[in-house]
Design a protein around this ligand. Structure first.
Ligand code: ADP
Length: 247
């Protein structure tokens, strides 16, 4: 519990720092993108420096996308919790998920009927679902099975489970996966903010995220949220057999 508290404090202060920087950074990037566009227009389409101008623009746009992720992560983007149906969110994101997944992956979803509603910011929760699926997809470079399951745990909690048959995580990676900026992907592919953001958003909503992973076999990520009107999930006492976020 002590460890968990320290971890949370560390995430909070890192988040505030990152968010403060991200805000100023966004303004600077807007200046770079605007002037690059001016220079590109002045040079004209045939100028030999045009490809360099485009590189500047692409790099600045990528930095802007990263900055947006930082703002969500740092919780400077205010949360607007609403009562929502987890199944509906999965259904709403499914077209996006299908595009991400690709043909070498067998996708299935098992959505429980009569699932009680939860209370969480809709767009942030959608982002979490997408991030979990993107991670699962990335863990299966030569194909596999990806499953999204929802269920009511019967004790006032709703679970969203994203499961893959991918590379899995070593204990070292699993223990650091929620750390901001921790990534095993290259700098062009990973920000290391996906799970850190998910952890922040889910715990803010009174929930928890667990990792169950076996190297070479696959990974199951379980997001647990309290049913609307029910008390928060106390992570240290819950989810036996699955590593809790700060474990
Ligand atoms: P990113 O995806 O940008 O690296 P995340 O915070 O989403 O950042 O994930 C951190 C790390 O956790 C990943 O780099 C990867 O090593 C590991 N990871 C996350 N999800 C999975 C998964 N489904 N299977 C295997 N490893 C994963």
């Amino acid at each position: 519990l002590d460890h968990q508290l320290r971890q949370t404090e560390r995430l909070d202060s890192l988040g505030r720092l990152a968010g403060g920087v991200a805000h100023d950074f966004n303004n600077l990037l807007a200046v770079i993108i605007a002037y690059a566009a001016d220079v590109g227009a002045d040079l004209g389409p045939e100028h030999p420096c045009q490809p360099d101008v485009e590189r500047i623009t692409r790099a600045a746009e990528r930095a802007a996308a990263l900055t947006r992720q930082l703002l969500i992560f740092s919780r400077l983007e205010p949360s607007r919790p609403e009562v929502l149906d987890v199944n509906q969110v999965v259904a709403d994101t499914e077209h996006l998920l299908h595009r991400t997944i690709g043909e070498d992956i067998t996708f299935s979803s098992e959505l429980a009927a009569g699932l009680p509603p939860v209370v969480i910011d809709r767009s942030k929760f959608e982002q979490i679902v997408v991030n979990l699926v993107v991670n699962a997809r990335a863990a299966m470079p030569s194909g596999g099975r990806l499953t999204i399951t929802t269920r009511s745990s019967g004790n006032g909690r709703v679970e969203l489970i994203v499961s893959d048959t991918g590379v899995g995580m070593t204990p070292e990676v699993a223990s650091r996966a929620f750390e901001p900026f921790f990534t095993t992907k290259g700098p062009a592919d990973g920000t290391g903010l996906g799970l850190a953001t998910a952890y922040g958003v889910v715990t803010e909503a009174g929930g928890d995220i667990g990792i169950d992973t076996v190297p070479g076999r696959g990974t199951t990520m379980t997001v647990t949220l309290p049913e609307a009107g029910r008390p928060a999930v106390v992570s240290a006492l819950d989810a036996p057999g699955s590593a809790s976020a700060a474990a």
